[in-house]
Design a protein around this ligand. Sequence first.
Ligand SMILES: C[S@@+](CC[C@H](N)C(=O)[O-])C[C@H]1O[C@@H](n2cnc3c(N)ncnc32)[C@H](O)[C@@H]1O
Length: 257
Amino acid sequence: MNYNEFTIEIKKICNIDLSSYKEKQMKRRIESLMKRNGHDSYNTYIELLKNSKQHLNEFLNYITINVSEFFRNPAQWLVLEQEIIPELLKNKSKLKIWSSACSTGEEPYSLAMLLHKMMITNKIEIIASDIDKDAVEKAKQGIYTAKAIANVPGEMVRAYFIKEKDDYIIKDQIKKMVDFRILNLLEDKFPNDCDLILCRNVMIYFTEDTKEKLYKKFYNALSNGGIFFVGSTEQILMPHKYGFINRKSFFYQRIID
Ligand SMILES: C[S@@+](CC[C@H](N)C(=O)[O-])C[C@H]1O[C@@H](n2cnc3c(N)ncnc32)[C@H](O)[C@@H]1O
């Protein structure tokens, strides 16, 4: 069995289309995990994945790369707070926001804390989704280490976390602002009429073809004038091609019809 055949089997087992991810990088990761489990052929490894839920889970966790941070790239969050959100609120009384690859929750909770601090909690709805069930489960629990919250400003830590031994737990007032879901960007229907979509640090893993398809899906998921917020290495090369204009670095606006 070669890599392509392996991707077809994986699609059958768990509906994840590995061929949409950059091949070199994904292949390297999978082969290193295979070796770690004592397998050097896709044939025997796929049998292991078919027969062991535990190894399938390990495989899914490994390929999804859940690294995240609160307020990742702080300068961009300042633009969001000072320019993007106030501008969106000029035209709408309620905002629908979607964190579309939310991992273990740092990104949607950063949003919720920011909007709480800005005192606009009654004017927003936050949806947060990821393909990885375990990551979403962790996000719902909202328990973080001191290292994980290092980027969170002191006054926010005091206001929005409860310290329990070595852990920091997100308070319920912030937790209940976020509606967590499982959603595979490659297969599932997107929410619609979103005013702000965050899709950060996941596009880098996809092939160019897949990126194109996803930009179109994100365009359709946005409201007129809605904003698409991308990761710091994920600028869109020709935003007009997808119906976007570049408002600020890393912020694209759906062109108003
Ligand atoms: C590196 S994390 C980024 C987390 C967060 N957005 C940030 O920037 O800190 C990438 C996330 O994308 C998710 N992901 C990968 N493929 C996906 C897919 N097809 N659909 C939805 N999420 C996916 C992974 O599970 C992982 O949690």
